[in-house]
Design a protein around this ligand. Structure first.
Ligand code: C2E
Ligand code: MG
Ligand code: MG
Ligand code: MG
Length: 282
């Protein structure tokens, strides 16, 4: 335990920097044990097809509920897991867990799993996926992986090769957070994507800001031209959903239609006896 007010003997060492660093170390230590201690879990968020207004599948999102730190944000602990060499193990666990879950659904919906650059750059992701599909019995066409493009650049050839092998299995590959970071049209052409997810930052101001609308329309046009269905994430209001329908978005996802929740919250969707509940109420 660190004392709050450390005597600042060196004159430039800030106590708050020290405690930030200590906090990070403590998080790292606990994260190493989180898998064993069953502190990691998955929540699921539905995606809906605009045309049919039916749920088309779920995205699995990782959660860490630590007994000492409470719920830790994925944007924080996934970065930590990557930096301490834990991401392959965690990522493999996520894939197994999500595929085993989807294999139990009575309705053949897809499950989308986010994968880290580390899994593509260092691990043998194509083999991990093959093995996971074999052991869980989930048909390949019910799995999608979501990748952000920022990572693919570092080891371009390896990334292309891995993703091509995954595609050949029949697994879908979505480009996530499109429009942010290192998104470029060149990578879109080089990699075997079959779905495009527009980052939610473009949706936030959709109703108020003409620039966001122009960007969303441009990406939808790009999707049509490349024959890639476009999913729009982060839809929170009816107004946004209306605009996106008018623009011709293929699918939508967001708090308006369902928060990331334990799958039990969506048993009405995964139960074939109540297919009517899969319909969007918009
Ligand atoms: P992402 O894959 O782009 O996931 C979408 C994020 O937006 C999720 O945040 C989700 O909870 C949030 N979201 C969904 N709908 C709305 C909405 O209407 N409004 C707002 N404001 N937010 C919405 P979350 O769960 O905190 O995850 C953050 C990021 O962490 C994910 O972004 C993904 O990049 C990463 N991540 C999550 N789970 C995993 C995983 O299992 N493996 C890897 N490698 N990354 C993961
Ligand atoms: Mg995602
Ligand atoms: Mg995203
Ligand atoms: Mg993201």
């Amino acid at each position: 335990v660190i004392k709050k007010e450390r005597p600042n003997t060196l004159g430039f060492y800030d106590a708050s920097v020290q405690s930030e660093w200590q906090k990070r170390r403590a998080l790292e230590q606990d994260l190493r044990l989180a898998l064993q201690h069953r502190e990691l879990s998955l929540v699921y968020q539905p995606m809906f097809c605009m045309r049919s207004s039916l749920c088309s599948g779920f995205e699995a999102l990782l959660r860490w509920n630590s007994p000492t730190h409470g719920p830790v944000a994925p944007d924080l602990f996934i970065g930590l897991a990557e930096s301490i060499g834990l991401m392959e193990e965690v990522g493999t666990w996520v894939l197994r867990e999500a595929c085993a879950e989807a294999a139990r659904w009575a309705v053949p919906l897809t499950v989308a799993v986010n994968v880290s650059p580390i899994q593509i750059q260092q691990g043998d992701l194509a083999s991990v996926i093959t093995e996971t599909l074999n052991t869980t019995g989930l048909p390949a066409n019910r799995l999608e992986i979501e990748v952000t493009e920022s990572m693919l650049i570092r080891n371009f050839d390896r990334a292309v090769d891995t993703l091509q092998r995954i595609k050949a299995l029949g697994v879908g590959i979505s480009i996530d957070d499109f429009g942010t970071g290192y998104s470029s049209l060149a990578t879109l052409r080089a990699f075997p994507f079959n779905k495009l997810k527009i980052d939610r930052s473009f949706v936030r101001d959709l109703a108020e800001e003409s620039e966001s609308l122009a960007i969303v329309n441009a990406v939808l046009g790009l999707g049509r031209g490349l024959r890639l269905p476009v999913v729009v994430e982060g839809v929170e209001t009816e107004r946004q959903a209306d605009i996106l329908r008018d623009c011709g978005a293929d699918a939508i996802q967001g708090y308006l239609f369902g928060r990331p929740s334990p799958i039990s919250a969506y048993s009405n969707i995964t139960d074939p006896r109540v297919t009517s509940r899969r319909r969007l109420a918009v």
